[in-house]
Design a protein around this ligand. Structure first.
Ligand code: AHR
Length: 327
């Protein structure tokens, strides 16, 4: 049998080398071109999100990725989208910095016949057909989980509950929805007070500076029962400012709530300095790739895909879990 196959292969080779015949060279399949407008690299979450997108859209998987980092500026994102339109990409992936101001540029993409997928955050628009799908976290759910934990933790509190609130980048869907959940919970409890809302901008440096300045501007030493930080990076900055001024973060001191659950955040939680970590999963690349495949095959994806997320408290963590955390 082997001998027969060998003779057959030789005959095929001779036939393909016969005068007038060229060996057939197989064309590699054309790559699908994806333009990604990432909003920046402000946090551990964001770095992991970019990596997840880059590895899902590799050349081996059939993609050419044009990646633009907008460095926290909406005008840079709009310029990147316009460039992707000129380059006639097959699809645009947009992590929108803030919720408003997208309609015109998304209309331009639609007129060029290029579908847009929103990733991570959402936008506010009258015309939902401006984007094909959204893949990201349910920030409202995350905020509600944090508020429910606070209600539980302070249900027997005899006196007032003073909360210091470090907000994320103002006007982003992650900030708006996480802030709204806390504000609604505060409205439900007469004894709860938000001492201050500081702009942490989702970064460690800004949260540190704002918290330190606020603490130093207070006449006495404010009694803070809870610190609600809208991501890990800002929690690290605010905790540092508090600890430098003699506060203890943990069960016997300020109860800290944070979002993201990065490896570093979880380590801080296992130490007890963060009391609750609400996960915000950045590993969206495979899901985004699936949505784009559906579009390529002529299908209609769902409008929203939410990543599955969990809550962590010091008692639920182990070093092994933290070591295995991919981000
Ligand atoms: O949009 C998600 C948020 O953006 C993450 O919680 C935060 O870390 C990031 O910067």
């Amino acid at each position: 049998m082997k001998k027969l196959l060998g003779v057959f292969a030789l005959l095929c080779l001779l036939a393909s080398c016969a005068p007038g015949r060229q060996p057939v060279e197989e064309e590699p399949p054309a790559l699908t071109v994806i333009g990604v407008s990432q909003l920046g690299s402000e946090s551990g979450f964001r770095v992991a999100n970019s990596e997840s997108i880059r590895s899902a859209f590799s050349e081996e998987a059939g993609y050419r990725l044009l990646f633009d980092d907008a460095r926290q500026k909406q005008e840079n994102q709009i310029a990147a989208i316009r460039k992707f339109i000129q380059q006639q990409v097959d699809c645009i992936v947009l992590m929108p910095l803030c919720v408003t101001g997208w309609d015109s540029v998304l209309q331009e993409a639609r007129e060029a016949g290029i579908p847009v997928i929103l990733v991570d955050r959402t936008i506010e628009t009258e015309d939902e057909s401006l984007y094909a799908a959204h893949v990201g976290s349910d920030f409202q759910w995350e905020g509600e989980q944090a508020a429910a934990w606070l209600e539980d933790a302070f249900q027997d509190a005899p006196g007032p509950v003073n909360i210091l609130h470090i907000q994320g980048m103002l006007g982003s869907s992650a900030q708006l929805e996480r802030s709204a959940a806390l504000e609604e919970a505060v409205d439900r409890h007469e004894s709860w007070t938000i001492l201050a809302q500081l702009d942490g901008d989702f970064t460690q440096a800004k949260a540190y500076e704002e918290t330190a300045n606020w603490l130093d501007s207070q006449p006495g030493r404010p009694h803070i029962h809870a610190l609600y930080c809208e991501n890990d990076s800002s929690a690290f900055g605010a905790i540092q400012a508090l600890e430098e001024r003699g506060y203890t973060c943990g069960e016997e001191g300020v109860r800290v709530i944070s979002f993201d659950a990065t490896r570093q955040g979880l380590a801080c939680c296992m130490e007890g300095r963060i009391s609750l970590e609400v996960e915000c999963n950045p590993l969206m690349g495979p899901l985004v790739e699936e949505v784009i495949r559906t579009l390529k095959e002529g299908g209609t994806p769902d409008k929203h895909y939410y990543t599955r997320e969990r809550l962590f408290t010091p008692g639920t963590l182990s070093q092994d879990l933290i070591d295995r955390r991919p981000y």
